[in-house]
Design a protein around this ligand. Structure first.
Ligand code: UDX
Ligand code: UDX
Length: 429
């Protein structure tokens, strides 16, 4: 099939290369000229495992352009995968989705399925439909709007696309259903075909539920700390119950990234707008924020006086295997410690270039050991594999004081004590 994708971010680009991988002809469009230049040169503008390999492998089936017209004319399906950032009140900013819909309308030459891939509030498909109807030049041309939410985790987005737990397709016509099922026929996974509103809600409900699981285990971690229990053992005991499931029960410094914080805000806002006070989700959000504050307090408690102390930070990305720092807890931690007068040294295998755009005054190091050198405290904010394999004896020798505050529970407290560290982690002692 012939597919156009508008928006080459994490979601759009992954969708594009994976659809080419399963045999489709894809043209990816973005209004960011630099991004398209890179893609035309065979390079990926984002760090995402597997993307570059698929770009090369499928280069004959993939095209790139800055012109929306090319994503529409002659294609069977057009994906909208532009950003939907949060407004200050938590509502999603849908202005890009709206303007792209108007552009699509201009070039609609024949029947097409327009797919909303971006995460959008319930009823957005209806609005896209109204917008295209209003702006389309050719009155006789027909189209359908479909909701097809993504469940791609950064770091494993390609795998999540090609081997998903399920594919959700929200349609209002048999014709669109047939086309979407054909598009995904090569992917073996349950295909859930529902109405567009239910599909839109599945996305917000799923991400909010996962965020809730994380806040729940973080709340339990605090109770563990207060009572002397071990949250890792509690999570294991809970997770083996198949009704609960062991995933997303890792206690830590709270969730970040471009999706969970934004989607929780959006779901609270959507619910309020249609008359429901989603107080449960408001608490999920509060617990997540409090988790960061408690973590900074743990660092302060370990240092006594923060001013002029050197804090070494390992991990900046919001999770491992990505260079993404959007809503990363590291940003909050660095900002708070700097306000209190600490000197900051950092290391991350992938995310330092992005962080340099936010903080110029901190020291960027070439290795975890360079960070540890003369540090009063070492703080772990992302569970990169590289950190699990650290030579702890070497780290201890390099530090001024052997204090480690671990926001991701990557070490065993007993082992750390044996090495002579003062080791503070989350929900266990
Ligand atoms: C985005 C949304 O934020 C998310 O809610 C949704 O589920 C999928 O799309 P992501 O791909 O991570 O997720 O966003 P981002 O990396 O910001 O990419 C959006 C791309 O759209 C950017 O490359 C941007 O340049 C492009 N864009 C934006 C356009 O091409 N045209 C526009 O009018 C606006
Ligand atoms: C998420 C969704 O999982 C995915 O389906 C898609 O809709 C986009 O949003 P992503 O943001 O890439 O994916 O990462 P994810 O692996 O879900 O992690 C999100 C955050 O939660 C990270 O900051 C991570 O560190 C944190 N997390 C995750 C925990 O703190 N504990 C856990 O047990 C799991």
């Amino acid at each position: 099939m012939k597919v156009g994708i508008i928006g080459c971010g994490y979601v759009g680009l992954t969708t594009g290369v994976c659809l080419a991988e399963i045999g489709h002809y894809v043209i990816c469009v973005d209004n960011d000229v630099e991004k398209i230049k890179k893609l035309l040169a065979g390079k990926t503008p984002i760090f995402e495992p597997g993307i570059e390999k698929l770009l090369k492998k499928n280069k004959r089936k993939l095209k790139f352009s800055t012109n929306i017209k090319e994503a529409v004319i002659g294609n069977d399906i057009v994906f909208i995968a532009v950003g939907t950032p949060s407004n200050p009140d938590g509502s999603p900013d849908l202005s890009y989705v709206e303007s792209v819909s108007r552009e699509i309308a201009k070039y609609l030459d024949d029947y097409k399925v327009i797919v909303e891939k971006s995460t959008v509030p319930v009823e957005t498909a209806q609005w896209i439909k109204i917008t295209i109807e209003k702006y389309k030049k050719n009155n006789n041309v027909k189209f359908d709007v479909v909701s097809n939410p993504e469940f791609l985790r950064e770091g494993s987005a390609v795998k999540d696309f090609l081997y998903p737990d399920r594919i959700v397709i929200g349609v209002e016509s048999e014709r669109a259903k047939r086309i979407m099922l054909k598009l995904y026929s090569k992917i073996k996974a349950p295909k859930i075909v529902v109405d567009t509103k239910s599909a839109e809600l599945i996305k917000h409900a799923s991400n909010s539920f996962l965020a809730m699981k994380i806040s729940f285990i973080n709340a339990v971690a605090n109770i563990c700390e207060l009572s002397g229990a071990d949250v890792e053992k509690v999570a294991l005991g809970m997770g083996l119950d198949r009704r609960i499931g062991k995933d997303f029960l890792r206690a830590g410094i709270g969730y970040g990234g471009s999706c969970f914080p934004k989607d929780v805000d959006a779901f609270i806002w959507i619910a309020e707008k249609i008359g429901y006070d989603f107080s449960l989700l408001k608490e999920v959000k509060k617990i997540n924020q409090r988790q960061r504050e408690l973590f900074v307090k743990k660092i302060e408690d370990s240092l006594w006086i923060v001013k002029d102390k050197t804090v070494g930070i390992l991990g900046l990305s919001f999770k491992p295997n990505t260079d993404d720092i959007r809503e990363a807890p590291s940003i909050y931690v660095i900002r708070s410690l700097r306000q209190k007068g600490a000197k900051i040294k950092v290391y991350d295998p992938k995310a330092m270039d992005k962080m340099k755009q936010l903080f110029q005054e901190i020291e960027y190091c070439n290795s975890p050991y360079e960070v540890a050198k003369n540090a009063d405290c070492l703080v772990i904010l992302t569970e990169w594999d590289e950190f699990r394999g650290l030579d702890l004896a070497k780290v201890k020798k390099l530090m001024l004081q052997p204090v480690i505050v671990d926001g991701r529970n990557i070490f065993d407290p007993e082992t750390m004590q044996k090495f002579g560290f003062i080791y503070k982690c989350i929900g266990r002692s």
